[in-house]
Design a protein around this ligand. Structure first.
Ligand SMILES: *Cc1c(COP(=O)(O)O)cnc(C)c1O
Length: 390
């Protein structure tokens, strides 16, 4: 059988490899503690589940859903953006429901990229921006993120000819995997740059309400003029503990939203309507759950940072996201470190190298791990003692 190049050239999905190692350990009867995947361990709040239960019994929800999302859901998304960020969107033209934001992100490339076109993505970065580009036949050019530049791309360093060729710039703040955040000045600069070079911006914002110490992440649409160039992906997954239900959203420039909708309407047939009802309840229902979740994550964040520092890693408590991004001692590679932790204490962390070459020298730990499992994992790390003590 001859498979398409886009399949043959596909790197193994980062977490698929890790899952395999975990499975092998478990098969040997070893109790593995994983700080690997960012997937809320807490259940979906009961009032959101109640909306699903009600909607499941209504035969109107047993038929094909509307591709672009129920008008009530799109309105709920627009209203949420207005309450949360004080930006108004026309629900019909500027808001769209997605089968999880990952789906929209991957399909977005088909709306902007012709074969050979350039997409600018960050390194390190969430892998889907690059893979989506590759699926569309485009070329992903990496913008380096480093600790020195605050894990923000240096837009002034992008050569003129590259800027002129680029069709899209992918951004993600609060950032996965680095947990970096962007301020309004950065978004204003990105919007000005994109308008100058006629580049679209796709901003991925699934952690906009996963934040600590009173910090409030921004939407790119708080930067004036963003609506002329940008689309923002957002999600119910991380904010409302709904990763398993697969529902997300995109808002922004009407032409970009319409293009994505037209691509999607030829591929999928929308989101099960009972799940759309959950999303409506999530944004319109009681919002206290967000602070409750964040308080739990913040406490875990502090426990993890404390332990990492004790074993010789350099980690700052993040302002937002579900991750602690920790620097390893010089000369230690993230793959070797992660492999040693699995071997020597059956603890899983994600090697930063999996997110790009600039992720080398770092590991990512997720706070989405039950407290007792986290404490067990941290105890093992302290007993292990770090590279110096090993
Ligand atoms: C988790 C995550 C997503 C995917 O969210 P879904 O809505 O569940 O598909 C997208 N982007 C980033 C950066 C993420 O970390």
């Amino acid at each position: 059988m001859k498979l398409a190049k886009r399949v043959e050239e596909l790197p193994p999905y980062l977490f698929a490899q890790i899952s395999k190692v975990i499975a092998a350990k478990k098969a040997q009867g070893i109790d593995v503690v994983t700080f690997g995947i960012g997937d809320p361990d807490l259940p979906t709040p009961p009032h959101i589940l109640a909306a699903l239960h009600r909607a499941a019994d209504d035969p109107a929800n047993h038929r094909y859903p509307e591709s672009e999302g129920l008008p009530r859901l799109r309105q709920a998304i627009a209203d949420w953006y207005e309450r949360r960020f004080e930006v108004a969107f026309d629900a019909e033209r500027e808001a769209l429901a997605l089968i999880g934001s990952k789906e929209g992100i991957a399909h977005m490339a088909l709306t902007l990229i012709d074969p050979g076109d350039v997409a600018l993505v960050t390194d390190p970065g969430y892998p889907v921006y690059e893979i989506g580009t590759m699926f569309a036949g485009g070329v992903a050019v990496k913008l380096p993120l480093t600790r020195e530049n605050g894990w923000l791309p240096d837009l002034d360093a992008i050569p003129e000819d590259l800027a002129a060729r680029a069709r899209v710039l992918w951004l993600n703040y609060p950032n996965n995997p680095t947990a970096a955040v962007a301020d309004l000045a950065f978004f204003e600069k990105a919007v000005a740059w994109a308008r100058e070079y006629d580049v679209s911006i796709c901003h991925d914002n699934p952690y906009c309400d996963v934040a600590f110490d009173g910090y409030r992440p921004l939407s790119i649409f708080q930067a004036p003029g963003a609506r002329e160039v940008a689309i923002e992906f957002n999600s119910f997954s991380k904010i409302y503990n709904m990763t398993g239900w697969r529902i997300g959203m995109a808002v922004g420039n009407a032409e970009l939203v319409d293009a994505l909708m037209r691509v999607k309407s030829n591929i999928d047939s929308g989101i099960p309507q009972a799940i759309q009802e959950m999303a409506i309840e999530a944004v319109n229902g009681p919002q206290g759950v967000i602070a409750d979740h964040n308080a739990i994550y913040q406490r875990r964040r502090d426990r993890i940072v404390e332990t990492l520092r004790a074993i010789g890693l350099d980690a700052d408590p993040p302002k937002a996201s579900l991750y602690v991004w920790a620097k390893l001692p010089d000369g230690v590679t993230s793959g070797d470190f992660a492999a040693r932790l699995i071997e020597e204490c059956a603890v899983v962390v994600t090697p930063g190298r999996g997110y790009g070459v600039n992720g080398e020298g770092y590991v990512r730990l997720s706070v989405t791990i039950a407290d007792d499992r986290m404490e067990e994992g941290l105890r093992r790390l302290r007993d292990w003692g770090g590279l110096g003590g090993a």
